[in-house]
Design a protein around this ligand. Structure first.
Ligand code: PEP
Length: 254
């Protein structure tokens, strides 16, 4: 299925491995993904392994067209922040992208909208491309508050950096109720939110890549990617299976 109206935006598929894998599993997964993603493509692919495997992953993908990303970054440049990793450190380890404000960090680590905004700034200062995750909980969706929540999450970043810097950023709409649950937003639900996000981006509405994330699989990717406002996907579970991951990358490449 070809879509129209977004000729400017390259499709993007981001694999978030979360806290999974080990050296052997990663090496096998990467070998299969790299072998299946040779040559020129119309879509970009990013892999975000756990931090200890960033260099290991870089060493395998550096002469492929696959980009390296990280799953989180500190908002601080340096100092007494035990366990944190700065944006400059990630850049030194060859990261090009970094996921910011993933709902697991917002929920489990208590990251606030303001911290997420500061992380966005830190990433851009180190020339990393932030992938800003936003999305509503099930209760918020059921109460009809999803657009308010998403508007508030975006506004926290706009307040800190304005809108123009989104020219070098990616937004990922990830309804919390769809991440890791097997439930996917319907194309209508995703379309409504992606349109809303574009409207909030003002002049950059048609330039910024907006990904959908939440139980994307090979079996539903094509239908989601056919929507003109969806520019690819942020994947969790599906990124740990080379065949599944490649099928989704191929769907984005069509
Ligand atoms: C995610 O963690 O960002 C995600 C979308 O996970 P899953 O694909 O497993 O729902």
């Amino acid at each position: 299925m070809k879509k129209t109206g977004n000729a400017k935006r390259r499709q993007l598929v981001v694999g978030n491995w979360k806290m999974n894998g080990n050296q052997q599993f990663n090496a096998e997964l990467l070998a299969e993904v790299i072998a299946g993603w040779q040559g020129e493509h119309g879509a970009d692919v990013v892999i975000c392994p756990p931090n200890p495997y960033l260099l290991h992953t870089h060493e395998r993908i550096f002469d492929s067209s696959i980009y390296l990303g990280a799953q989180n970054v500190s908002q601080y440049e340096s100092g007494a922040y035990t366990g944190e990793v700065s944006a400059q450190m990630l850049a030194e380890l060859h990261c090009k992208f970094v996921i910011i404000g993933h709902n697991e960090r917002r929920r489990l680590q208590g990251e606030t909208d303001e911290q997420v905004a500061q992380k966005f700034v830190a990433a851009q200062q180190a020339n990393l491309i932030p992938i800003l995750c936003i999305g509503e909980s099930l209760a918020q969706r059921e109460n009809g508050q999803h657009l308010d929540v998403i508007g508030r999450q975006l506004e926290a970043v706009f307040k800190c950096v304005g809108r123009d810097v989104f020219v070098n950023a990616v937004v990922a709409y990830e309804p919390v109720w769809a991440v890791g649950t097997g439930k996917t937003a319907t194309p209508q639900q995703a379309h409504e939110v992606h349109r809303f996000i574009r409207e909030q981006l003002g002049n950059l509405a048609e330039e910024v890549r907006i990904l959908y994330g939440g139980s994307v699989k090979a079996s539903n990717a094509e239908q989601l990617f056919a929507l003109s406002d969806i520019d690819g996907a942020l994947l969790g579970g599906a990124s740990l299976d080379a065949k599944e991951f490649l099928k989704i990358c191929e769907a984005a490449d069509k």
